[in-house]
Design a protein. Structure first.
Length: 221
């Protein structure tokens, strides 16, 4: 099997087990709420996304509103929930789980499909609520899960970022910026996975310093 034929999803599933998520450097629990003056996701939509495609930005804003509403209601993260957001992201009537092998990065990464892929993905999504893992690590991990399971035919990077923001928002945390998150990630990079957890924690800490909510407030965002 050549590098181009390797199953990047299988690689990620092995790497995922190797990362010490509970000890990821800098991924200590984030004390909620974190409500920065600027919602980083919306700022990202209004900045680079809108400059690229205004209609895309509007759809993404609408999907984010759905995700925030679901978070406020304490909804569990499932594929059905992701698919509901994804229909809005893509402006389509349906967003089913992919039915074949998927590719990314110009075909350099291949994500396999087995009879267990969808159930494995469901289990990974349930892990996003595991209280034994720090919030920043859970958010980073679900971002990578969505990216490398690649459940949709299109828009998986946007789905991954929505999932990350949802996991944080469900516990009252909003990031003041998200631009550093959606850069190229690799399934065979455990250090990079841990670094993403650290980055989420750093961004949350920066948002707390710029928060519109006084320290010690019990107001939820």
């Amino acid at each position: 099997m050549t590098a181009g034929e390797a199953d990047s999803l299988a690689v990620w599933c092995r790497v995922r087990q190797r990362v010490r998520w509970a000890e990821a450097a800098g991924a200590e629990d984030i004390a909620s709420p974190v409500a920065p003056r600027v919602d980083g996701f919306l700022a990202w939509c209004e900045g680079p996304v809108r400059r690229r495609d205004p209609e895309r930005a509007e759809r993404l804003r609408s999907a984010y509103a759905l995700a925030r509403a679901d978070a406020a209601q304490g909804v569990s993260l499932t594929f059905a929930v992701l698919a509901r957001w994804q229909r809005v992201v893509l402006g389509v009537a349906g967003a089913p789980f992919r039915t074949g092998v998927a590719y990314a990065k110009g075909g350099r990464e291949r994500y396999g499909l087995t009879p267990h892929t969808e159930s494995d993905f469901a289990r990974c999504l349930r892990d996003s609520a595991d209280p034994t893992v720090p919030l920043a690590a859970r958010a980073a991990r679900v971002y990578l899960d969505v990216a490398f399971f690649h459940p949709f035919d299109d828009g998986n990077a946007r789905a991954a970022l929505l999932a990350l923001t949802f996991v944080l928002a469900r516990e009252g945390v909003v990031l003041g910026q998200v631009g550093p998150i959606p850069i190229t990630r690799y399934p065979d990079d455990p250090d990079g996975a841990a670094d993403l957890a650290t980055l989420v924690a750093v961004l949350a800490s920066a948002g707390r310093r710029k928060s519109r909510i006084p320290t010690g407030s019990n107001i939820k965002s």
